[in-house]
Design a protein around this ligand. Sequence first.
Ligand SMILES: C[S@@+](CC[C@H](N)C(=O)[O-])C[C@H]1O[C@@H](n2cnc3c(N)ncnc32)[C@H](O)[C@@H]1O
Length: 204
Amino acid sequence: MEDNIQANCESAARRCYGAPSHPQRAPQFSYVWAMPDSNTFNIPAIRGLVKYYLSQAAISVDPFARNKRWATYTNDLNSETAAEYHLEAREFLAQLIEQGIQADLVIFDPPYSPTQVKECYGGVGLKNDWIGGWREERNLMSQLLKPDGIAISCGWNSIGLGVQRGFRKELILLVCHGREHNDTIVTVERKVVSAQLSLISEAA
Ligand SMILES: C[S@@+](CC[C@H](N)C(=O)[O-])C[C@H]1O[C@@H](n2cnc3c(N)ncnc32)[C@H](O)[C@@H]1O
């Protein structure tokens, strides 16, 4: 059963990845039910999607990796996690930019609320300016990505990196966890070239 869900999400991702690029195409949409997990990529459908995009990327970056060392460069502020670096995400991203790294894929899976930080992640990262909504981190991830690169964002909204930063939504996966929990929303976006971007903005 779990294998089926994972396979379906992988195939939705594959359809998106290979599809001809049209700037005004609506994103594909998938919906599944799964048990919640604070290690987001343990959720089978999300794991399938993330693994698929990782398989297509030569250079990938995960600034909030926790114990998943799947990407080329992994970071988590919590020094007890298995990530390679333990920096504030913005500092980690700025360092990669300074080193001239250009990514094919960035993964954006921060804590979703201060309550979640306290209850699920041992209070690490509580200092963050939640009102800002990770604005600086989003800007840096956008800068780090090559044109045509992919951003996968997880959270309780589908904002992602957004049209304003030059991104077109390709796939949205909505994972329902039942009535006690918020759904997890996974948004896959592609960094588009400026000519395509003006078409998207006109359509919005
Ligand atoms: C939602 S979890 C990531 C889960 C991971 N994607 C997985 O599937 O296992 C968010 C992580 O961000 C880390 N974190 C919180 N604030 C941070 C910050 N400012 N910079 C870097 N990491 C941070 C937490 O320690 C936590 O491990």
